[in-house]
Design a protein around this ligand. Structure first.
Ligand code: PMP
Length: 424
């Protein structure tokens, strides 16, 4: 049964049982309305209340400042690989056009201004990616597909200095950032490769005036596991399915200065004249923001679950994400300590300084046949109720995903098993 296993899968992850028990009731009859939560209109007051409460609680958990908007979107992290490009390239164009027009009364459709803008696009439009694993790589490939490789700058690719493999983060002094990129993108925690940025990169810090490069981060697999300096980011996104709720909702936290009235997306005709892509309307942040995430039919059931998870989170941790961070770190330490106690038997894949607290990737090198050793490890694990430990299909090996649903006892049980397997 559910209580007999500890599930270390990489996502979707387990949800708290009490949340699911309440949700089962809410699916049939929400708050005695006679209608289930998935049947109520997304336009109802009840739906707005669920959305607004989830936004408030998320802002509270993560200390999101007031000058940020929270959007509930669809299309997964993968959808955001595209949405970030469309919206932040649009913002870059809007900014350049403003620079060209200055404070004059010039008409924004003035052919001369557009010529100048075209030149700026051809010469200067860049989006920068820090590639440290499979997910940031995929994001950069989407950027190239939408914008053309001439506009994509791979500021660093960790495979280049690590024998073609992921597992490190190259020293910041070697990153080749563009001068005024539409954004610098990184993935805070690489779910497949087990690489996590240990902190916010020094070279991307804002200056004393609060101004810095435009930073976007994918936090799909480590959101709500550590405190983050939200104000350093222009946008953060994460799928709900690991630490927040069921699959189907992707959250974007975006600085309001990238939304109207401060920044508006350029008209589609201007973007067409510049040869730049225009987002499908459901991927246009300003449209989603203007409609409080209800431009089209949002799954209120999913947002309801997210809200319940956040409520429980706030009840469990009065000091919010810092409380969870301490537990996440402790669980990771227990598991890594067990692995490191047997260097002959296990090999941790990523470099120690950047290894993930959340997706713990290692090989079982016991005996001559690694495949057989890993099969045995997985089988014996399952027999003890430790499931979902198989590494990503592209990499093999073992991956223990230490999401928030793994209790401390679950991590202890895994650590004990790792030690016992090594000694058997
Ligand atoms: N980014 C990261 C870090 C992920 O772990 C994942 C999915 N596991 C994605 C992006 C893609 O998310 P989705 O499958 O929801 O599109």
């Amino acid at each position: 049964s559910r209580s007999d296993i500890t599930y270390f899968g990489a996502g979707p992850a387990l949800l708290p049982t009490v949340v699911l028990e309440d949700a089962a009731k809410a699916l049939l009859n929400y708050h005695d309305t006679g209608l289930g939560i998935a049947e109520h209109s997304h336009r109802s007051q009840l739906a707005s209340d669920i959305i607004n409460r989830a936004k408030t609680d998320l802002a509270s958990c993560l200390d999101i400042p007031d000058d940020y908007e929270i959007l509930f979107m669809q299309g997964g992290g993968t959808g955001q690989f595209a949405a970030t490009v469309y919206n932040f390239v649009g913002a870059w164009v809007a900014r350049k056009l403003q620079d060209i027009l200055g404070d004059t009364e010039r008409d924004p459709t003035d052919p001369k201004a557009i010529e100048q803008l075209k030149e700026a696009v051809n010469k200067d439009l860049k989006i920068d990616y820090l590639i440290t694993g499979g997910w940031s790589h995929k994001a950069s490939v989407e950027g190239e597909r939408l914008l053309g490789s001439e506009h994509v700058n791979i500021a660093t690719d960790s495979r280049k200095t690590n024998g073609g493999k992921f597992g490190t983060i190259p020293d910041e002094s070697t990153w080749k950032l563009s001068k005024d990129p539409a954004f610098v993108y990184f993935c805070a925690n690489e779910t497949v490769d087990g690489v996590e940025f240990p902190g916010f990169p020094q070279s991307l810090q804002p200056g004393p005036d609060g101004k810095g490069p435009i930073i976007i981060a994918d936090m799909s697999s480590n959101i709500l596991t550590k405190k983050i300096p939200v104000k350093n980011f222009s946008a953060i996104f994460f799928g709900a399915q690991k630490n927040l709720g069921p699959t189907g909702v992707t959250i974007v936290v975006i600085k309001k200065s990238f939304l109207p009235p401060v920044t508006s997306q350029p008209s589609s005709s201007l973007m067409r004249q510049l040869g730049l892509p225009i987002p499908p309307i459901i991927f246009q942040y300003e449209t989603v923001a203007k409609n409080n995430s209800l431009y089209n039919t949002l799954s209120i059931f999913d947002v309801y679950i997210i809200g319940q998870v956040l409520r429980k989170f706030l009840q469990t941790y009065p000091d919010k994400v810092e409380g969870q961070e301490a537990v996440s770190n402790k669980k990771a330490q227990l598991i890594y300590d067990a692995i490191e106690a047997f260097p002959e038997i296990y090999k941790i894949i990523p470099n120690k300084a950047v290894r993930s607290r959340i997706n713990i990737c290692f090989r079982v090198t016991k005996g001559d046949d690694i495949d057989a050793a890993e099969r045995a490890f997985l089988e014996e694990g399952v027999a003890q109720g430790l499931t979902g430990l198989k590494g990503h299909r592209s990499l093999g090996g073992i991956r223990a995903s230490n999401y928030n649903s793994i209790p401390l006892e679950g991590a202890e049980k895994l650590a004990k098993f790792i030690r016992a397997f090594a000694m058997s």
